[in-house]
Design a protein around this ligand. Structure first.
Ligand code: HEM
Length: 195
């Protein structure tokens, strides 16, 4: 099996758990509230902010990844600003001690989440409460027409990794999914800070 195939199959259960945790039920039935939407944006914002900072620190390893064209934190900041909400100000550094190959596992989770984003955007629009908030929404529009090209380019980076690193990358991807769960639980109780 290729690394991409193993990543998909060995994180499938965690993907399902993540979907379930991240309000899939209310999302799919069109009853997601604006508070839940706010919470989703905050979870993604913390994950992507910390991951982007960590990738920046390893810019040589991540040259082909082309982070400049893949940043999601400015979109999330803008979407939260639209709701008059600041990012949680506790400065976390969730990926501080991750090696470059481990960060690649986390990047797989971050890039993969953009694939589901299109589906999520469709579901978000079913919630009457959210319609006024989605006019300028950016994050869930994802890479738009460039989605396939960007996923393929990321796949080429995975394909270039040494077999000896595959297990580390997969375990890191699994840990990155768990990190999403932790952020979800930590940001849930926080009252949104009004800017
Ligand atoms: C309700 C929320 C979500 C839905 C409905 C969803 C749905 C999907 C769908 C339909 C795909 C496959 C797309 C394709 O093959 O073209 C996908 C892939 C993926 N999603 Fe999600 N997703 C959700 C949330 C997330 C989140 C929050 C993460 C990250 C924490 C994530 C990580 C991934 C990854 C890594 C892949 C790539 C799987 C592969 O290797 O092919 N997803 N998702």
């Amino acid at each position: 099996m290729t690394l991409a195939e193993r990543l998909r199959s060995e994180t499938r259960a965690l993907h399902e758990e993540t979907e379930e945790l991240l309000y899939t039920e209310p999302l799919k039935t069109g009853v997601l509230t604006s508070d839940q939407y706010r919470h989703l944006l905050q979870v993604h914002a913390v994950f992507h902010r910390d991951l982007e900072v960590a990738i920046e620190r390893n810019s040589v390893f991540f040259q082909e990844y082309n982070q400049t064209d893949r940043r999601k934190s400015p979109w999330l900041k803008a979407d939260l600003a639209e709701l008059a909400i600041a990012l949680p100000d506790k400065q976390s550094d969730l990926f501080a001690n991750w090696s470059p190959v481990e960060l690649l596992g986390a990047a797989y989770v971050g890039e993969g989440s953009m694939l589901g984003g299109k589906v999520v955007f469709h579901h978000l629009q079913k919630s009457p409460d959210l319609q006024p908030l989605l006019q300028n929404a950016r994050f869930y529009r994802g890479y738009g027409a460039e989605a396939l090209e960007k996923w393929k380019a990321f796949g080429a980076i995975l394909a270039a990794q040494k077999e000896a690193d595959h297990a580390t990358i997969i375990e890191a991807a699994r840990e990155a999914f768990r990190t999403y769960h932790t952020i979800f639980r930590q940001t849930k109780v926080e009252k949104p800070a009004v800017v």
